[in-house]
Design a protein around this ligand. Sequence first.
Ligand code: TXA
Ligand code: MG
Length: 387
Amino acid sequence: MKRLPCWSGWRKDNPVYSVQTRIFTLDPQNPDPAVIVQAAERLHADGLVAFPTETVYGLGANAFSAVAVGRIFEVKKRPFYDPVIVHLSDISQIEQVARDIPSLAYELAQAYWPGPLTLVLKKGPQVAPNVSAGLDTVAVRMPNHRIPLALVETSGLPVAAPSANLFTRPSPTSARHVLEDLNGHVDIILDGGDCPIGLESTILDLTASPPTVLRHGGLDLDLLRERIPHLQIARRYVQTDEGLPMSAPGMLAKHYSPKAPLLLFTAQTDAALTRLRDLASALAGRGFKVGVMTTMEDARHFSDLNLEIADLGSAADLPQIGRRLFAQMRRLDSLRVDVILVRAPAQEGLGLTIWDRLFRAAEGKVFDLDKPLEAEEIISLLVKKEE
Ligand code: TXA
Ligand code: MG
C-alpha cells in the first residue's frame, strides 16, 4: 500500500486547539439556516464543528485543509495513523474527493445513501493527506441527517469527521457526550438530540478485491451481500505497529471503551445466567462496585443484588439496544463502577455490530457461561488490573 507524506497528528507536547465552545440546539428535521451558516463559517476558518448524524455525533473540519484536520487529531488525542471519514451531501460530490470511482460505488450510493454506509475509494488530490492518515484511499459517506447535510451543502465543503469523542472513549450519541469529552476544544456543537442508530456506519473497502467490510455498522451485511456476492469480511482485530498505517485502520482491540473494565459473557441457558448473577454477587461481596448492562428480560436475575443496572431495553428490540449501548457505557462510567458485566447478544443482523462494539470494549475478554466459571479467576484478573 502506497504511503503519502502525512504531516499532522497528535503529539503529547503540542498545545491543543482551545476555544470557547458554543452550543446551538437545532430541530433535527428542520435546522435553522442562520445557525448552519455560522457553523459553515467556522469550517471555512479551519474551526471544528460537532454535529449529530444518524449513527453517532461527528467532529467536523474542512476536508481540504490539513490545518483544520490536524486539529481533529489534536483535540481527540487520536493517533495520526487512524484515518477519518469524509461526509458529503450529494452523490456527485464523490468526484471532489475520490478518483477512479468504480460503478459499484455509485450503485451502492444510490441504494443506501443517505445512510450508515461508508465507502473506501481511491483518494482525490484535493483531500488533505492527514484525512487519510497518509494512505492513498479515502472513506466517504452521506449521513442520513438534515443537520450535517445542511452543513456540507451550505459550506460547499466535504467535511472530514470522526466520531466526536476522545480517542478510545465510547462514541457520543448525544450533544452532552460531546461536551463531556471536548468542551473548550470544539468551536460549535450543533445539538440535534439523540442519534437514531447510535452505532457507527458500516465501512466497505471498494479498493480491495473482492470488496471488503472493514467495520460492522448500522447497515445490515445482508443488504450488501445482495449486491456483492463475494463480499469479504476483514480480519477484525488487527494488531497495530505504532506509527504505521494499518491495512484496516481503526481496528484497534481497545476501542469504544468505558473507563471500567468490561467483561463480556456468552450464555445460552438459564443456568448460565445464574452463574452471571453469582459472579456479580461475588464481586459485590469483595467490595467491587458492579455495573451490569442487561436487557429488560435478563434484569430480573439481578434485581435483588446491590448493583448498578444499565437497562438496554428488550432483547427483541436490537435497534433500541444499539441506540442505548454507548450512552449506558458512559452512564456506568459516571457512576464510577469498578467493573461492567454484559451478556453478549447473538451475532446476527444488528446484533453482530453490537457484539463487535462490546468485544472491543472488552478488549477481547469473553467468557463462556455455559461452562462452570471460576469466580476467583475473574476476581484475580480485576485485582491485577487495579494494581
Ligand atoms: O458513523 C460513522 O462512521 C461516524 C459518523 C460521525 O459519520 N464516524 C466514525 O468515524 O465512526 P471514526 O473516525 O470514529 O471511524 C473512522 C474509521 C477509522 O477508524 C477507520 O477504521 C475507517 O473509518 N477509515 C477511514 N478512512 C479510511 C481509509 N481510507 N481506509 C480504511 N479505513 C478508513
Ligand atoms: Mg470513532
